[in-house]
Design a protein around this ligand. Structure first.
Ligand SMILES: O=C(O)c1ccc[n+]([C@@H]2O[C@H](COP(=O)([O-])O)[C@@H](O)[C@H]2O)c1
Ligand SMILES: Cc1cc2nc[nH]c2cc1C
Length: 339
């Protein structure tokens, strides 16, 4: 077997810390080109900033999105034993089969956006430990899940979406936000797949217990991921980190994808400079989580599905931004007076 790129959280963190930023000359070239395109200055609004941002990360003043990749990770959570989801844990595995057969929303959204889609199920027959009883994972387990994500990113990818499937994972994500950002447990929990008011109160109690039991989770983002995350959450973090190293832009999906990202950011400032928020989910605390990360969502469609679905829709926005930037004529080329 070939040598793995990291074998501990410290080595993973060091790779992320060493990752380079965007290409300054591509950024300048894209800014310059943007000023010459046949439109009034700023008339394409945020599409202009997005195209320039993609240019910097791709190291190309005329960026392109020809090979977008959607990667969906699935994991099972011991905390489902507490009754925190409206659906049974078996649904995780059943949905993996649905993804493999092309029957889920993300299959259609990937197809509509011209993206390749891959599915990785992470040890579904071995749920993480119930985090109200102790850490969800030991270091070897979280490192192994980070590696699945790291290795899932194609080197030829030019835009990445990380999605997830995991019954119980809105509880895990809420616990991560409580550990990383503090505040009241009640403000971080939401209905997930659709729990009632009693379920919501139970979720708040569960995440409060989880954060109290795992005191070290509040000290570092990667330690929080180990104690309160899940295998699919860690795999998303691993894929986002690989994309940062490869300088591939990433579109965040919903509440759980944002929790994975928040762990990276809390551990390594700048770890999310290559990340844009695809949408704000209907999970009630998602907007606040995005605020903490300083990310303005591209879309607000009332979606709360996960799977990478909101980010999948947002691929089309980035493609549109880049198509205008790289394909439009300049004033000189088109013979249009530039005022
Ligand atoms: O992405 C979101 O914001 C989102 C919000 C609510 C639910 N989900 C999905 O629903 C599942 C988790 O919900 P739950 O109630 O089991 O914690 C998981 O498979 C997620 O993909 C996803
Ligand atoms: C059916 C179903 C599909 C999902 N996709 C992502 N999370 C999900 C949760 C459920 C319950």
């Amino acid at each position: 077997m070939s040598q793995q790129p990291f074998s501990s959280l410290a080595e993973f963190k060091a790779l992320l810390e060493a990752a380079e930023g965007p290409d300054a000359s591509a950024l300048h070239a894209a800014e310059d080109r943007n000023g010459q395109l046949t439109k009034p200055p700023g008339a394409l609004g945020r599409l202009e900033e997005l195209a320039i941002w993609v240019a910097g990360w791709q190291g190309n003043g005329r960026p392109a999105i020809n090979a977008p990749q959607v990667v969906v990770f699935a994991g099972n959570h011991g905390v489902t034993a507490q009754g925190v989801s409206a659906f049974p844990a078996e649904v995780t595995e059943q949905m993996v089969l649905n993804f493999q057969h092309g029957g889920a929303a993300i299959n259609q959204l990937s197809k509509a956006a011209g993206a390749k889609m891959d599915v990785h199920a992470l040890e579904l027959d071995r749920p993480t430990q119930d985090f109200t009883q102790g850490p969800a994972m030991d270091e070897a387990e979280v490192v192994s899940a980070l590696l699945v994500g790291w290795n899932a990113v194609d080197e030829a990818t030019d835009l990445l979406v990380t999605g997830e499937m995991g019954i119980g994972n809105t509880t895990s994500a809420a616990a991560l936000f409580l550990a990383l950002y503090g505040g009241e447990a009640e403000t971080w929990v939401g209905r997930g797949t659709g729990v009632d008011d009693a379920g919501l109160a139970l979720k708040a109690r569960v995440i409060r217990d989880g954060v109290n039991v795992n005191a070290s989770a509040s000290e570092d983002g990667l330690e929080a991921l180990r104690c309160l995350g899940g295998r699919e959450v860690a795999a998303m973090a691993g894929a986002m980190a690989r994309a940062r190293v490869l300088r591939v832009p990433v579109i965040l999906d919903g509440f759980i994808s944002t929790a994975a990202a928040a762990c990276l950011q809390a551990s390594v400032p700048g770890a999310l400079d290559h990340v844009v928020a695809g949408h704000v989910s209907a999970e009630s605390a998602h907007a606040s989580a995005l605020d903490h990360l300083g990310k303005e969502p591209l879309l607000s469609l009332g979606m709360r599905l996960g799977e990478g679905s909101g980010a999948g829709v947002a691929i089309n926005i980035l493609k549109s931004a880049v198509a205008c930037h790289s394909g439009m004529a300049t004033f000189a080329e088109a013979g249009v007076s530039d005022g």
